[in-house]
Design a protein around this ligand. Structure first.
Ligand code: MIG
Length: 655
């Protein structure tokens, strides 16, 4: 049962789309105070597991740490980080009682989950203006499905989006891109998407293409699509300030950019230099910005990724002025002439200047310097900060419905709030080429599913730092199962395309397994999306009475038939795995054969070589398997074979 409670005057985020009566009583759970902000407190029992928070750090069980919903552009996902790109305020307490809580609040919100005191859950924010949804049910899984029903159906991408994609920040010229496709096709490694990072644009201007590198962009798109490769251009939040750039001129004239208190357009520096932020929380501005995607769609593009939409800020005029002042004060106070002297005499940048420099990027104060115009009301950005990425992606999603109503367009975003799951997927941002980030990738997936985000994945191989062959292969063997399967890396890192490494056949095989599994993965995705269900589930959702299953943080259930357990430790030739019931251990072997072994319920050590892809089929189930293909349209759906338990039945979904 779902109950809705209101406190103060909430902002309408439109995360929940189902009309519901507001309850007059008080929630029958924990205690709530609305003095001095909002505060919810709950006594955690020893056995309780706390699930949720979508794209957040640490475990599937969120107990024992503190998390702050505050969409942040932070590329260092170390264990101590409490805010990442998304704000997904849904948790489930599962144990002594089963209850789900959604705090629909678009600004900074803290979840202290047994951090300050091991047995206390505290959820609090500055203003007592929010909706709280309380969901009771028989299990965490049941609660999740009820929650998913009130937030509306998850985004469904086009079928090609289940293929493999290659990306890198640094591809610039037509040749760079063509070479990547050639590298894949010549080596017979499957490929369906090629990502265009910021350098495809002219001076980082949204919806433009670099004239020198792409004299005929449409022809470039056509040539890729003729090879079954879909280009996926990036769109950034900031619109470059440049006379004559029509999107800037139009936005300025129509008043569609976020404004300062004095009514002037707010200015922030991002990749294009000085930019304005489109006011995507304003309906008209959102419609206007969304309509611009048509420019690329008209040139054959049917896939996009939205970036920098926390929104990220490198610096503002105000921040630079503060730094300038600090430098001047220092120079005058110390009788110094030039900046070099500062550094030489002080032997390091003086503290007051350093502080100003650190304050430049993604400064909280800057988020208080601009406003949205929402239904004629001015709303300061920091009060609705977590809705920006959501509404940028919604701008695109709403526009796609008009531009191409019969087509599915690939769309995913970096920043998000619950509600955005109806318009696109998410990727988990700037991870690193670290073994621990394979595991973090795995743990984020079911939590994101709980919050409605089904089309998800991480930068495979790692974004920051240099990858290694073994890391990339092991990560791909997890990525084979994530709906979004993309190899992406940062500017300046080592080459990360699969054909750059020795023994290319291993990459061909592992990615080939993805294509062999697409009939299963696509079917399970569609069933999950159409039934408000999950694609990835924690083991505890399927085996709620099995303590060992509940505590398993490095295996997942995928759809209704299989369990996955990837290897995420370097220099190991296998791993320990826990089976909550008898299962068939399957390995896709590099010679194309499929290894099968019946394993009893319990603990096992299984050997898994670098070039093998393991999965486990649940008792009395089976899955369809295709032959490997070079692209999604080449998969032969009418020549499937079934593996797993004999006499099991499987419901295939295809369209
Ligand atoms: O400030 O467009 O997360 O995937 O390659 C970095 C360049 C901006 C951040 C994204 C990353 C992308 C990069 N972007």
């Amino acid at each position: 049962m779902v109950k809705k409670y209101v406190f103060g005057t909430p902002f309408e985020t439109e995360a929940v789309i189902c009309d519901m009566e507001v309850c007059k009583d008080n929630p029958q759970i924990g205690s709530i105070s609305v003095q001095d902000g909002f505060r919810f407190e709950y006594k955690i029992n020893d056995m309780d597991v706390i699930y949720g928070l979508g794209e957040a750090n640490r475990g599937i069980n969120k107990r024992g740490y503190i998390y702050v919903s505050d969409c942040s552009d932070d590329p260092e996902h170390t264990e101590g980080k409490i805010s990442l790109y998304g704000a997904h305020n849904f948790i489930i307490i599962s144990g002594k009682e089963n209850v789900g809580l959604f705090f629909d609040y678009p600004s900074k919100l803290t979840f202290d989950i047994g951090y300050t005191r091991h047995d206390e859950l505290k959820v609090f924010c500055d203003r007592a203006d929010l909706y709280v949804y309380v969901i009771t049910g028989e299990s965490a899984y049941d609660i999740t499905k009820q929650f998913r029903r009130i937030i509306g159906r998850s985004y469904i991408p086009p079928k090609f989006a289940f293929g493999f994609g290659q990306s890198r920040w640094g591809y610039r010229t037509r040749k760079d891109f063509d070479d990547v496709v050639k590298g894949y096709r010549d080596n017979n490694i499957p490929l369906d998407m090629l990502y265009l990072d910021i350098d495809y644009m002219q001076d980082y201007k949204d919806f433009t293409t670099n004239e020198e590198n792409f004299p005929d962009f449409k022809e470039f798109v056509d040539s890729l699509k003729a090879q079954n490769v879909h280009p996926v251009p990036i769109i950034d939040a900031g619109v470059k300030i440049e006379d004559g750039y029509d999107i800037y001129e139009e936005g300025k004239e129509k008043g569609y950019f976020c404004k300062r208190e004095d009514g002037t357009d707010f200015v922030a520096a991002v990749w294009p230099g000085w930019t304005h932020f489109p006011d995507v929380l304003n309906k008209d501005a959102r419609e206007w910005f969304g309509s611009k995607y048509k420019r690329l769609i008209d040139q054959g593009v049917d896939a996009f990724w939205n970036d920098m939409n926390e929104p990220a800020i490198f610096y503002t005029e105000e921040g630079v002025a503060a730094l300038d002042k600090a430098i001047h004060n220092y120079v005058e106070g110390n009788d110094i002439c030039v900046i070099e002297d500062i550094i030489n005499t002080a032997n390091a940048v003086p503290a007051e200047i350093k502080q100003c420099m650190q304050n430049l990027q993604n400064n909280e104060e800057d988020y208080k310097r601009f406003y949205h115009n929402i239904d004629g009301k001015r709303v300061r950005h920091d009060l609705v900060h977590n809705l920006y990425g959501y509404n940028m992606t919604r701008a695109a999603g709403e526009a796609f419905e008009k531009i191409a109503p019969d087509k599915r367009i690939l769309m995913f975003s970096r920043s998000s709030y619950i509600g955005m799951h109806r318009y696109g997927g998410v990727w988990t941002g700037d991870n690193k080429s670290w073994w621990s980030h394979i595991l973090l990738n795995l743990k984020m997936m079911p939590s994101l599913n709980m919050c409605g985000f089904l089309y998800t994945g991480a930068d495979i191989g790692g974004f920051g730092d240099n990858t290694t062959r073994d890391l990339l292969l092991r990560w791909l063997a997890l990525g084979v199962f994530t709906p979004l399967m993309r190899n992406h890396t940062a500017l300046g890192t080592r080459n990360q395309e699969c054909y750059r490494f020795e023994d290319i056949e291993d990459f061909r095989h592992v990615i080939g397994v993805r294509y062999r599994l697409i009939p299963y993965l696509y079917s399970e995705y569609m069933k999950a999306a159409l039934n408000d269900d999950m694609y990835f589930k924690p083991l505890g959702f399927v085996y709620p009475d099995d303590k060992m299953a509940i505590e398993t943080e490095d295996q997942l259930m995928l759809g209704n038939e299989i369990m996955i357990a990837p290897v995420y430790v370097q220099n190991t030739s296998g791993r320990h795995v826990y089976l909550p019931e008898e299962m068939k251990f399957i390995k896709f072997m590099p010679d194309g054969t499929i290894y099968e072994q019946l394993l009893d319920k319990g603990h096992h050590y299984v050997e898994i070589a670098l070039n093998e892809v393991p999965l486990f089929i649940r008792k009395d189930k089976c899955i369809p398997v295709a032959e490997a293909a070079q692209s999604v349209p080449e998969i032969k759906w009418d020549e499937l074979k079934y593996i797993g338990y004999e006499e099991a039945e499987y419901e295939l979904y295809n369209d």
